[in-house]
Design a protein around this ligand. Structure first.
Ligand code: NAD
Ligand code: 0WE
Length: 265
C-alpha cells in the first residue's frame, strides 16, 4: 500500500526534467498517484508529453495561467477525464528578466503586475476553478522561496510576489478547511532549473548556499518531491496554511562563523 493510492494530482509548471514539478511528479507517481499535467505553451509540449507518458499519464493540457479560460479548460478536462481531483501542484513563477536585476525601486508597474499575475494570482485562479471537483482529504501545494521574507539581492518583484503567494496560501487554507482540503507551500533552497538558469550569478549563489547552510549540501528536485508527498498525503493530515522550508536549514542561520585571517586570531 502506497501513500497516494487512488489519488489524482494535476501538476502545473512542468517544463523539463530539471523542473521542480518533475521532482514532485516522480515522487507522487512512486506513491501511486494518477497524474495530469499542464504546460505553458506549445513549444513545451514535445518535452512534457514524453515525460508525462514515462509516468503513465496521457493527460497533458496546454495552459497559460495568465488566462482564466485556459485554467477553466484544464479543470473541465480534468472533470471529464478523472471526475474528481485530490491534489493540485502549483510550480509556476515568472517575472520579466529586467525586473530581476538592479534596485527594487526600478520595478515597473507592468513588471510588478506580470510577476503578481503569473506567480500569485494563478494559484488563486487554479484553486477557484478546481474547487467544485476537489475531493475532501485533498491538498494544494505551491512553491516559494526565502526571498519572500528576507532580501535576496535582485529577486525584487519576485520576492514581493512570493510574500503574496505565502499569504494566499494562508487565506486559501482558511477557505478550504471546511471542505477538508489543505493548502501549503514549500520554500525550496536554490536549485538549478530553467527558471534559475536565466539568473545572473546563480552559480555563485548556489555554491554560497551550500557553504552557509547547516546541512552543507544543495537541495534537489527529489528532496522537494519527498516533502511534497508528505504535504499531499495523510501523513500531514492536520497541517495547513504552512510554509515548509526544504533548504538544508539555510533559513535558520543568523550569522556565519567569523572568519578571521589566521595571523590575527
Ligand atoms: P521551471 O522553469 O522548471 O518551472 C517554472 C514553470 O513556470 C515552467 O514550467 C514555466 O513554463 C512555467 N510558467 C511560466 N509562465 C507561465 C504561464 N504564463 N503559464 C503557465 N506556466 C508558466 O523552474 P523551477 O525552478 O522548477 O520553478 C518552479 C517553482 O519553484 C517556481 O514557483 C519557482 O519560483 C519556485 N522555486 C524555485 C527555486 C529554484 O531555485 N529553482 C527555489 C525556490 C522556489
Ligand atoms: O523563483 C525563482 C525563479 C523565478 C524566476 C526566474 C526567472 C529567470 C528568467 C522568475 N522569472 C524569471 N524570468 C526570466 O526571464 N527562484 C527562487 C530562483 C531564483 O531566481 C532569482 C534568485 C533565485 C534564487 C533571481 C534573482 C536572485 C535570486
Amino acid at each position: 500500500m502506497t501513500l497516494l493510492e487512488g489519488k489524482t494530482a494535476i501538476i502545473f509548471g512542468l517544463a523539463n526534467d530539471r523542473s521542480i514539478a518533475w521532482g514532485i511528479a516522480k515522487a507522487l507517481h512512486v506513491q501511486g498517484a494518477t497524474l495530469g499535467f499542464s504546460y505553458a505553451n506549445e513549444q513545451l509540449e514535445r518535452r512534457v508529453r514524453p515525460l508525462a507518458e514515462s509516468l503513465g499519464s496521457t493527460f497533458t493540457e496546454e495552459c497559460d495561467v495568465a488566462k482564466d479560460k485556459d485554467i477553466q479548460a484544464v479543470a473541465d478536462k480534468a472533470a471529464d477525464t478523472f471526475g474528481k481531483v485530490d491534489i493540485l501542484i502549483h510550480s509556476v513563477a515568472f517575472a520579466d528578466r529586467n525586473e530581476l536585476i538592479g534596485p527594487y525601486y526600478n520595478t515597473s508597474r507592468a513588471g510588478f503586475h506580470l510577476a503578481m499575475d503569473i506567480s500569485v494570482y494563478s494559484f488563486v485562479g487554479i484553486a477557484k476553478a478546481f474547487q467544485p471537483i476537489l475531493n475532501p482529504g485533498g491538498a494544494l501545494l505551491c512553491m516559494t522561496y526565502y526571498g519572500s521574507e528576507k532580501v535576496a539581492p535582485n529577486y525584487n518583484a519576485m520576492g514581493v510576489a512570493k510574500a503574496a503567494l505565502e499569504a494566499s496560501t494562508r487565506y486559501l487554507a482558511y477557505d478550504f478547511g471546511e471542505q477538508r482540503i489543505r493548502v501549503n507551500a514549500i520554500s525550496a533552497g536554490p536549485i538549478r532549473t530553467l527558471a534559475s538558469s536565466g539568473v545572473g550569478k546563480f552559480r555563485d549563489m548556489y555554491k554560497y548556499f551550500a557553504d552557509a547552510a547547516p546541512i552543507k549540501e544543495n537541495v534537489t528536485i527529489e528532496d522537494i518531491g519527498q516533502s511534497a508527498v508528505f504535504l499531499c498525503s495523510d501523513m500531514s493530515r492536520h497541517i495547513t496554511g504552512e510554509v515548509l522550508f526544504v533548504d538544508s536549514g539555510y533559513n535558520i542561520v543568523g550569522m556565519l562563523e567569523p572568519c578571521m585571517p589566521a595571523d590575527r586570531e
